[in-house]
Ligand binder design. Sequence first.
Ligand code: AHR
Length: 504
Amino acid sequence: MLKASMYLDPHYALADVPDELFGSFIEHLGRAVYDGIYCPGHPSADAQGFRRDVLDAIRPLNIPLLRYPGGNFASGYRWEDGVGPRERRPVRPDAAWRSLESNQVGLNEFAGFCRDAGAQMMLTVNLGTRGVQEACDLLEYCNLPVGSYYSDLRAAHGVKAPHAIRYWCLGNEMDGPWQMGHKTAEEYGRLAAETARAMRRLDPTVKLTAAGSSNPGMPTFPQWEATVLSHTYDDVDFLSLHQYLGDYTGDLGDYLAQSLTMDSFISAAVSACDYVRAKKRAKKEMMLSFDEWNVWFRTNGQEEREEPWRHAPAILEERYTMADAAMFGCMLITLLNHTDRVRAACLAQLVNVLAPIMTVPGGGPVWRQSIYWPFLHGSLYGRGTVLRAHVASPRYDSPSFTDVPYLETAAVWHEDSGELDIFAVNRSPGEPLLLACDLAAFGGGALTEHSALYDPDPLAVNDPGRERLTPRRVSGGSAEDGKLRAELPPLSWNVLRVGLGRRP
Ligand code: AHR
């Protein structure tokens, strides 16, 4: 059996976890909106056409932030198409996903959906095919009190009170040649800075995100960050990062090690931010918004291979395995361990597209994929103070990585309730891992629950009506002499819930 140890001390705190770390994302893409969250005529649809059974699966995830309407879709979107009387809304070709967009769901409908889901909207403005003026028009429509052209138009559309949207993304993945209106870092940096300044003059309360790199493999990373921030540093609150992991070639150890690239991506992006800060002699520390993250590789580029110009085609419906859930757990742990600088994040995406929540096509039932569970656990138990854990884990080498720890872990302390949650992935497909955690600095503690997601088959998946991958209670853990011991099953995602001995 593999053995790892961990030392935790409440005096070594990294940062408080912002609620916004557990955001998600719904794009006008595939069946995310149509035949996903929105299905008028469905037996569970509410008066607005949104499926209550889908909302019932979303609500437990306690999502504070929903990014919308894209993604790549946002870079060719005309927001005006999606407001006002539905019968007058145009059907448009969406060049990003080569689909037809009916515009039956737009800004006001999605705002209502966010209210029902208990989330704030994070709105992406189109800086691909559009510019400063359209972004300002949209902000005026959303956030200004009635009395001006676009705010009056909103009222005429039945929404008198402003939506008061706080979080805004200044374009999406503008470094990517696939993006409509793709730009150089200079071009984008200038446009983002001017857009940010104009938007702040209309509404100084907005929180703005400049688009960083689409993944760490981009040839422009990290010079993109340095150049974009040289223009925008004073005018934005966040720099965004995106990353999807995947490409499982049959070597599980190599596959699971990929999450280490997310860790180094964040560290390098922080260095780029701090370089610009030093150059500018700025007081402000730039924060990161990891506003797209997930596992995605099987359905990549599917839109190019399938028949175009369909409405709500079933594309990018990635099926998540046990191994994917373990990798997803490693990514979530990585985000937690960087909460000093990553202050917002969005799981991409939420329903049907790269999603924890699925609906059977044509209005069938809702079901949950493996990745639903690590996200639920993180969101439920991960809001507190991340501790700087001292971890000693056995390691392995794989074809592409060296020194990969079998144990990936993060610890979140809840001072008020006197509890601690330890999130842990055992990367070993063959061996259990015995974790010994020293809690002496807390005066000891007791294991109140050990819950784990695991399966002997790394490629096991859930199916509609047969959710094989759901968390199970693990027994046998103990706590004696200030030490907690628990056995993590092979290839598993774990949550160890601990009641602490005394307040330190
Ligand atoms: O989430 C799917 C796509 O991935 C998004 O539209 C884009 O931003 C990213 O490349």
